[in-house]
Design a protein around this ligand. Structure first.
Ligand SMILES: [Zn+2]
Length: 149
């Protein structure tokens, strides 16, 4: 079964990352036409980068390799259900299929906050200087050689 082969590769990446102390026990693999395009593991601790989740790292590598932000022909295998940030990145990259191993409850059980992020909205969102910011939108709308993504 191909799915298990790709998940095993994601698990191997995660194991490697934990052994090196790069970050949490998370790995991801991006596949296109049955071939691995990119594999990555969580590097939050190594890079001091809160966004260096396995899925984001894999998306960046795959996009660099395929020279496109559009990964609609790709699938992602990840050792844990993507957090809201990664879920957003997966959507922005147009990836349609996500295969995940552990659940966000499992991640919660070992101290990661994914579940909390899904359940609570504790951000203070304040809308300021909208008119000035909308001028950027106007500039974008007028730009003739823009590419929508
Ligand atoms: Zn994530």
């Amino acid at each position: 079964m191909k799915h298990s082969i790709f998940m095993k590769k994601a698990i191997k990446e995660a194991t490697f990352g934990v052994e090196r102390g790069d970050g949490g026990p998370f790995g991801a693999v991006i596949v296109k036409d049955g071939k691995v395009i990119a594999k990555a593991h969580n590097r939050v601790l190594k890079l001091n980068d809160a966004t260096a989740h396995a899925e984001i790292e894999a998306i960046r590598k795959a996009s660099k390799k395929l020279l496109t932000y559009d990964l609609s022909e790709c699938e992602i295998y990840t050792t844990c259900m993507p957090c809201p940030m990664c879920m957003g990145a997966i959507r922005w990259a147009n990836i349609k299929s996500v295969y995940f191993g552990a659940t966000s409850q499992d991640a919660d059980d070992i101290g990661f906050r994914d579940k909390e992020f899904y359940e609570k909205d504790f951000l203070e969102l304040k809308n300021i200087q909208r008119a000035e910011c909308l001028e950027l939108f106007e500039m974008w709308q007028k730009k003739e050689d823009k590419r929508l993504y």
